[in-house]
Design a protein around this ligand. Structure first.
Ligand code: AMP
Length: 369
């Protein structure tokens, strides 16, 4: 069992390090960055407030972007510190953990630095819990530790989906790359009732069926994997029409065979309607990856239809972070699904393996028997 906040004992007067995921989207010039969306800061408040209300002194820590082990004002935590001070007065925030190379290399010296003066450790950074970084796996070696409320909820929801789903369980997968998601597809193929596959990744499947895909994305070295899956007993739905650009760069709708030089950039309207029907018929639906290049309005319709079906179905709906969460928010359906995971990579790895380095570290903490 992963220890909970209640397993920390009396927190009054204690100094608690909360590893949060404040890796929020930012914009603006390098020396004057502003927060685009403070969702991840607000998401940590239940844990922070639980501790503060019980008399603990809370010090938060997070990474931001990829400064690669060096101080860089572009990735300074200052804008986040200001926002946190408004939302949770009196709570401190350390400087970007990734300014020190010891964070990503899990250097014990850096672990000692961040836990100096700390009595208790709480991990609420689900989005980073799949990384064996110093701030994730280091503190529970010596400090009494617990999962924060956000991490707890992620593990409950994704654990239920993985181990005890209401059926039929449908996995809707999209996004650009199959190679990133092979482990998950393999693991999910043992538990899902059907796959719905769109996005750039569908073209490798179509190529595996020997269909012409023009100049669409294709991962040649994954064709064999796709063929194996297509020949297995797993129910797998692929698009039957495609939207994209013809060889002259004009918007076009195609059947399932793309002419030479054409590029598929979204699922077509017929496929979108068929996918929506499958989502409506599921009792649990997990969605990861956009159905097309939704950042371009011309190729957003497939992703919008799937997002809408996710919002309307009676099924238990989980969206696996990253681009699909961004798409859901862009189309205004964020509040209409049961769970939007705060971690793209972490949610996929948890579904694949049923555990994460950050969780096993918590289970090994000294306050766990
Ligand atoms: P991923 O990080 O693998 O989930 O991929 C997300 C990205 O895939 C988004 O930026 C989409 O624009 C892109 N994408 C989705 N469908 C296609 C497609 N048919 N062709 C090219 N890119 C796509």
């Amino acid at each position: 069992m992963v220890p909970q906040l209640e397993d920390l004992g009396d927190v009054r007067g204690k100094t608690v390090l909360v590893r949060a995921d404040f890796n929020v989207p930012m914009s603006g010039p390098d020396d004057g960055r502003i927060i685009v969306d403070d969702f991840r800061i607000r998401a940590a408040l239940p844990t922070i407030n639980w501790l503060s209300d019980r008399g603990a002194k809370v010090i938060c820590a997070s990474h931001l972007g990829r400064p690669k082990g060096a101080t860089n004002s572009k990735y300074s935590m200052a804008p986040i510190r200001r926002r946190l001070a408004e939302l949770a007065p009196g709570v401190e925030l350390m400087e970007n953990l990734r300014f020190n190379a010891g964070e990503e290399s899990n250097d014990p010296k850096f672990v000692n630095e961040i836990i100096s003066g700390i009595d208790l450790y709480v991990n609420d950074a689900f989005g980073a819990a799949h990384r064996s970084h110093a701030s994730i796996v280091g503190p529970p070696r010596t400090l009494p530790s617990a999962a924060g409320r956000l991490l707890k909820r992620e593990v409950e929801v994704l654990g239920e989906l993985r181990n005890n789903p209401k059926r039929p369980l449908v996995a809707v997968l999209g996004g650009a790359k199959i190679s990133d998601k092979i482990g998950v597809i393999e693991a999910l193929s043992k538990v899902v009732d059907s796959f719905v596959i769109g996005g750039g990744m569908c073209f490798t499947f179509l190529a595996a069926k020997s269909l012409p895909i023009g100049d669409s994305l294709c991962e040649q070295d994954q064709i064999a994997f796709c063929r194996k899956l297509l020949e297995s007993k797993v129910e797998l739905h692929l698009p039957e029409d495609i939207v994209g650009l013809d060889r002259d760069g004009n918007f076009a709708t195609f059947g399932v065979r793309l002419p030479d030089g054409a590029k598929g950039l979204d699922i077509g309207p017929g496929s979108a309607a068929a996918f929506a029907d499958i989502i409506m018929g599921g009792r649990s639906v997990f969605w990861n990856g956009p159905m097309g290049m939704f950042e371009d309005e011309r190729f957003a319709a497939g992703t919008r239809t799937v997002a809408q079906a996710m919002s309307e179905t009676k099924a238990f709906t989980v969206v696996g972070g990253g681009d699909s969460a961004a798409a859901l928010a862009q189309f205004g359906y964020e509040k209409d699904v049961d769970h939007v995971s705060t971690g793209g990579g972490a949610s996929l790895e948890f579904l694949e393996l049923g555990d994460l380095p950050g969780l096993s570290a918590l289970r090994g903490a000294p306050n766990v028997n």
